[in-house]
Design a binder for this molecule. Structure first.
Ligand SMILES: C[S@@+](CC[C@H](N)C(=O)[O-])C[C@H]1O[C@@H](n2cnc3c(N)ncnc32)[C@H](O)[C@@H]1O
Length: 198
């Protein structure tokens, strides 16, 4: 069985590089492998605290791009070139605020959203499903036609249904794991491209 190592090599590397979280290496790998987040892109990052993905995305898009994050929790140090809004993605007014800050349709929406776990499997699974559904709805309000989404999800009963939902909305959908995911973790990343105009 895999053992949980809180201070693993990704944690130590993030600390040495001054990154707010080890999660930063997941989005770094995803955007490098899939050539996402080019210079000048507009990106929305859902579930952005403490700010690891924001740091990587802001660096990737450079000074000509724009990165807007949203989280229930504040980010302590937001990277230059990014802004973080404290709010709940389930609150309808937040998508309008994000679109306003972005100044145009997003090229990419990333979601590393995760619910607070209760340890009660059925409740955690339902909350996870609610969040991924909300992330897709939020994305539909801010993403440009032709744009892309990267979304974390957990392998579970709802997996097939969620992938079917992505396939209805995007022209290309694939699923990957990242090297920085913890051993034994059921987390997966959906890479969805070519958002369809409704
Ligand atoms: C795994 S953490 C994100 C880590 C982040 N990507 C990073 O690199 O630092 C998941 C985040 O999802 C946020 N979250 C969960 N439900 C949310 C909601 N309804 N609206 C906004 N953020 C939410 C949590 O507050 C938490 O900070």
């Amino acid at each position: 069985m895999a053992t949980y190592e809180p201070y693993d090599k990704f944690y130590r590397k993030a600390k040495a590089m001054g990154l707010p979280s080890r999660a930063a290496f997941k989005i770094e790998e995803i955007i490098a492998r899939h050539r996402m987040a080019p210079k000048g892109a507009r990106i929305v990052d859902l579930g952005c605290a403490p700010g690891g993905w924001l740091a990587i995305l802001a660096r990737a898009v450079g000074t000509g791009g724009r990165v807007v994050g949203v989280d229930l929790a504040p980010c302590r140090n937001v990277s230059a070139g990014a802004i973080a809004i404290v709010g709940d993605i389930l609150n309808e007014s937040i998508a309008a605020r994000v679109a306003n800050e972005l100044g145009g349709g997003a090229d990419l929406v990333t979601s590393d959203l995760a619910p607070k776990l209760t340890g009660i499997a059925a409740r955690d699974q339902a909350r996870s499903r609610e969040l991924i559904d909300a992330a897709i709805e939020f994305t539909a309000r801010v993403l440009k036609p032709g744009g892309a989404m990267v979304a974390k999800m957990f392998m579970g009963e709802e997996f097939k249904e969620v992938i079917a939902e992505f396939k209805q909305r995007f022209g290309e959908v694939e699923v990957m794991r990242t090297k920085a995911s913890r051993p034994g973790s059921s987390e997966l990343y959906v890479i969805a491209r070519n958002f369809k105009r409704r």
